[in-house]
Design a protein around this ligand. Structure first.
Ligand SMILES: [Zn+2]
Length: 64
């Protein structure tokens, strides 16, 4: 096992346990789409693992 493969494995494990604490706001959710997302009101992207997550509140940040 090389050092590079150990680092790659460690990164994969850390992403698996990612708490999505460093989020970038994408957009708020309105109308019927709220039901689609199970009642959540805003879409965010995790800066650490890149996963899209939703939050149950509207963001005060808007892109308009
Ligand atoms: Zn994450």
């Amino acid at each position: 096992m090389t050092w590079a493969s150990i680092k790659r494995l460690a990164r994969r494990i850390s992403l698996f346990f990612c708490l999505h604490a460093d989020l970038t706001f994408i957009r708020n959710i309105y109308g019927d789409e709220i039901f689609f997302w199970g009642g959540d009101r805003s879409v965010w992207k995790c800066r650490r693992c890149g996963q899209t997550v939703t939050q149950p509140h509207l963001s005060q940040y808007t892109k308009d």
